[in-house]
Design a protein around this ligand. Structure first.
Ligand code: C5P
Length: 314
């Protein structure tokens, strides 16, 4: 089941507080097609939710207020441009109620990191306000509002491992094998702008400097069923990697450090600059993370596992 069923749907009434945990995402396969008439790129992707979480709490209030702490506190605007505020307002508008809530965001997902942190916070806000306000919206309607907020938002409501198509907003769950995959997430100093990386990819393709597009994720789907990290390692691919490396050449050092540390594979996460590394198991991930932290090539290397659930009340 992608989302909660009608019966286990949280209905917490008017008085909160509601606390929602939402994961970061990586793309096990990120196939980028040509740019469309609307400016978005057609994607063939495999999303995977990992155990780096943001947490959003929502309380009843008589206005809409957002505060935050953790990753990016002081850098991220808390006004109407913030995806949390935009999500609360979109849900309020869709259900014809005032957007009243006191929201607090506790961030661990880095900003502009290729881990969909902003989209995760939008997904958390939708789920938290939906529970706080008892909107009674169905999953279809929530998914529709989610898609209007950003291409990755529907996946972050869903969680797990899923196929993404369209501009990424159309998601289909991939039956979980029950296997947990172990990752090391190398967080960079400073972010990369997603539109800038897409634009660089378009330029590189036009100039004939980009590799052939990777296309459909068939190989990943087969590898996921085999539950063998050595097999999955060979199937990880990202069309955006050359563009991210072109804008941030130092990422080659991060990938080389992970390789030297014995990671099974290294991959630019989404549009970067975060790099993720596949490990054999939890203990191997710890070893690789320690070596990456000692290498000085990244701000912070953290262990994570996946798949994990999407935005959920805790
Ligand atoms: O959908 P979202 O707001 O997260 O996308 C941010 C930007 O990333 C878009 O404005 C667009 O420039 C780029 N993008 C794209 N193709 C996609 C998804 C995003 O070009 N499939």
């Amino acid at each position: 089941e992608p989302l909660w069923g009608e019966d286990d749907r949280p209905r917490l009434g008017a008085f909160g507080p509601v606390k929602v945990r939402v994961p970061a995402k990586i793309n096990l396969h990120l196939g980028v097609g040509p740019v469309r008439a609307d400016g978005y790129h057609e994607l063939a992707t495999v999303y995977h939710a990992i155990s780096i979480h943001d947490e959003l709490s929502a309380r009843a209030a008589d206005s809409l207020v957002l505060t935050m702490d953790g990753e990016g506190a002081g850098e991220l605007a808390l006004d109407d441009t913030n995806l949390v505020i935009r999500a609360a307002k979109a849900l309020a508008e869709a259900t014809a109620r005032p957007a009243h809530a006191r929201l607090h965001l506790r961030k661990q997902i880095p900003l502009a990191g290729g881990l969909a942190g902003g989209s995760a916070d939008a997904a958390a806000a939708l789920v938290a306000c939906d529970a706080l306000w008892g909107t009674g919206l169905g999953r279809e309607e929530l998914a529709h509002i989610a898609a209007s907020l950003g291409s990755d938002v529907p996946f972050l409501v869903l969680g797990g491992t899923a196929l993404g198509s369209g501009r990424g907003e159309t998601v289909t769950p991939i039956l979980a094998s029950g296997h947990q995959w172990h990752w090391v997430v190398a967080v960079a100093d400073g972010g990369l702008s997603t539109p800038a990386v897409y634009q660089r990819l378009d330029e590189m393709r036009e100039a004939g400097e980009a590799p052939d597009p990777i296309g459909a994720p068939d190989e990943i789907l087969v590898a996921l069923r085999q539950r063998d990290p050595a097999v999955l390692a060979k199937a990880l691919q990202n069309d955006m990697a050359p563009a991210a490396l072109s804008l941030r050449p130092a990422l080659r050092d991060v990938l080389a450090a992970g390789d030297a540390a014995g990671a099974l594979a290294g991959l630019v996460s989404g549009s970067g600059p975060t790099c993720v590394f596949l490990a054999r198991d939890a203990s191997h991930a710890g070893t690789v993370a320690a070596a990456l932290n000692a290498s000085g090539t990244c701000r912070d290397a953290r262990v994570a596992h996946g798949p994990v659930a999407g935005a959920r009340p805790v």
